[in-house]
Design a binder for this molecule. Structure first.
Ligand code: Q9C
Ligand code: ZN
Length: 650
């Protein structure tokens, strides 16, 4: 029996379930290596919901483990047993080659997390189908939509959403769910879900994804619009395959208005299961698209018109912590029927978007008459031309995405996507209100050099100038500190300094190590501009790489590896403590890069003279050392081998 919606302050609102279980954070890489599908993903989502005060207004559920019988509705017995038995393995690194090919990794907690992820989606789906909840969001990992009947892939082990759909249809006829709409807005094609319901007309699977003619993960033809299902399921599989990256709110909403929504009206589902990956979000290092939290909220709001708003969201991908936290909050606010977040999308779809939408409508109109009409040309003529993209000759995904992002950001102004400019303006004004101490241990210890990152320009020893920060106001304070981290020099050459190593500090502490650091009090906005420049990205990004959520996280955990694609060398922000209310942050390399330095895979290399002199000047002018002492300090750091044992991890 459906329960009455809860009431507070006389305002009726909907019962929204949230599943969060910290146990799912235990699934991690066996060797601690950085990976985009990382434990903090679900933590930041949860923390941000708490911070916004929405968790108290929801029904909070702990995780539930899936039953083998339910998993076997869509997976083979062998596959279920393989995932289950992975708990007892001794050596997880031995499967490295296989896992690299299939984009998965395992540790001793993977099985438990995978059972919880699937079971939790089943639990929310059951409660929504029963009417105990109006809707819900299962904040789970590992994700599910790539997992096939007999195969883990794409960071996925069990197909959480598919298990829940089959459970409702096959195990709970008493709940009266006969037709399920699966909407998959993760930036990757939901290949697993497509296969599992290929011949099943009870489940309409809709996936919108970056496809690029099969060049984007998971690749091949599976994600093409020609894949419409077979047998009784013919017409019940709809793919919207983007030809390019950089798609945003305008493109997604066009697919909603001209494909998904008319079809959903005809299909008239009893419940909607949403494969809610947030990797099409702006700033995502894997997706290269630009959907805003506002865009997600509108897409969800449009789905609320169906199945009496019975929507079960399950997290899939999404790898920019800031973006996934904000997008998730925007969605939960829609489920709660709060005043939706403000925003506007004045951007126009790409030319390729209309091409794809028209092709999909044509391919599927035999099954869905509402797709038959030709779209008015006054609509499809409004389009943004596909910009010329410089193609990278590297096939590494990280590099392509970094390139893609740079390209995307540098075109913002000429494309006149007003939505983007607004996003950019608002992150800057938010972060300009927060102060941090930036702790420098390399050339930035010399104030005139550091000021180049703020005011722009070039000092002695630099081979090229810096553009500086958008906000050029000088640091609000300067002080010095000594920290138990090891200073060392590595790499053979850099853009700014030419040949020779540059300074890094080990994020691991050891009481025997001492690094002197010069602290500058700057805004978090300026800190991001320093990060961009330190990593060779002197462009105006539409989103910060180190935002407020990341700041909270680094204060809690000590260290936050940034998206590897964005920050190849100084990609790790480390919190060294606080000075009064203000956190002390430094930037160095990630632990996996430390390991490469320690193993010799990337060379340690002493600093060139001009670079070393900059550090020495900083230490001398800062009153820390005499010139001789400063030279000895640098020599010592440059000549000792780097050990990583015996250190404590932040
Ligand atoms: N060149 C989800 O978002 N990328 N999975 C492999 C190989 C794998 C994404 C790249 C991306 C998997 C749930
Ligand atoms: Zn994805």
């Amino acid at each position: 029996m459906p329960e009455k919606p809860s009431e507070s302050n006389g305002k009726v609102h909907r019962k929204v379930g949230l599943v969060y279980d910290e146990t799912m954070c235990k699934h991690d890489t066996p060797d601690g290596e950085a990976h985009p599908e990382r434990p903090d993903r679900i933590r930041v989502i949860w923390d941000n919901l708490q911070l916004a005060g929405v968790t108290q207004r929801c029904v909070v559920l702990g995780g539930t483990k899936a039953e083998d019988a339910h998993l076997q509705l869509v997976h083979t017995k062998d596959h279920v047993n393989l995932v289950k038995s992975s708990t007892n393995k001794k050596d997880y690194q031995s499967d490295r080659v296989a896992s690299l090919v299939n984009s998965i990794y395992l540790n001793g907690s993977t099985s438990e997390a995978a059972y919880l992820a699937a079971g939790s989606v089943v639990e929310v789906a059951e409660k929504v189908a029963k009417g105990e909840l109006d809707s819900g969001f299962a904040i789970v990992r590992p994700p599910g939509h790539h997992a096939e009947a007999d195969e883990a892939m794409g960071f996925c082990f069990f197909n959480n959403v598919a298990v829940a759909a089959s459970y409702l249809l096959d195990e709970r006829p008493d709940l009266g769910v006969k037709k399920i709409l699966v909407v998959d807005w993760d930036v990757h094609h939901g290949n697993g879900t497509q296969k599992m319901f290929w011949e099943d007309p009870r489940v309409l699977v809709f996936s919108v994804h970056r496809h690029e003619d099969g060049g984007f993960y998971p690749g091949g033809d599976d994600g093409s619009y020609n894949m419409v299902g077979e047998g009784p399921g013919e017409g019940f599989n709809i793919n919207v395959p983007w030809e390019q990256g950089r798609c945003g709110d305008a493109d997604y909403l066009a697919a909603w208005d001209h494909i998904l929504i008319p079809v959903a009206k005809e299909f008239n589902p009893d419940i909607i299961l949403l494969s809610a990956g947030f990797d099409a979000a702006i700033g995502d290092p894997l997706g290269g698209c630009r959907v805003t939290p506002y865009g997600y909220s509108v897409m969800l709001k449009k789905l609320m018109e169906f199945a009496q708003g019975k929507i079960v969201m399950a997290l899939e991908g999404g790898y920019n912590l800031d973006s996934i936290a904000k997008s998730s909050l925007a969605c939960v606010q829609v489920l709660l029927e709060d005043n939706p977040i403000q925003g506007s999308s004045e951007a126009i779809p790409f030319m390729s978007t209309w091409r794809v939408i028209q092709a999909v409508r044509k391919r599927l109109c035999a099954y869905w008459p509402s797709l038959a009409d030709e779209l008015p040309s006054k609509l499809t003529n409004q389009k943004t031309p596909t910009p010329i993209v410089l193609t990278s000759n590297s096939n590494s995904e990280a590099k392509d995405n970094a390139h893609e992002l740079l390209d995307q950001m540098s075109k913002l102004n000429i494309e006149n996507h007003q939505g983007d400019t607004k996003v950019s303006r608002s992150w800057r004004s938010d972060l300009s209100k927060v102060d941090v101490w930036y702790a420098s241990f390399g050339s930035n210890m010399w104030k005139p050099r550091f000021l180049c990152y703020i005011q722009g320009g070039q000092v002695e020893g630099m081979t090229k100038p810096c553009v500086g920060s958008m906000d050029k106001s000088p640091p609000k304070g300067i002080t010095w500190g000594t920290y138990p981290n090891r200073l060392f020099f590595g790499r053979e050459s850099t853009n700014v300094w030419g040949k020779g190593g540059v300074a890094f500090t080990n994020p691991l502490t050891n009481p025997n190590d001492q690094t002197h650091m010069c602290l500058y009090r700057i805004t978090l906005e300026q800190f991001n501009d320093v990060l961009f420049q330190e990593n060779g990205l002197n462009v105006d990004f539409a989103s910060p790489i180190f935002g407020l959520t990341a700041l909270q996280l680094v204060e809690k955990n000590g260290s936050t590896p940034l998206e590897a694609a964005l920050a190849p060398w100084y990609g790790n922000v480390v919190c060294l403590g606080r000075e009064g209310d203000v956190p002390i942050l430094t930037m160095t390399c990630t632990l996996s890069v430390i390991e490469k330095f320690a193993s010799g895979e990337v060379p340690l290399s002493p600093p060139a003279k001009a670079y070393a002199n900059t550090l020495i000047r900083g230490l001398v002018e800062g009153g820390i050392f005499s010139e001789e002492e400063a030279e000895a300090y640098i020599d010592n750091a440059a000549s000792k081998p780097l050990y990583i044992n015996g250190a404590s991890r932040f």
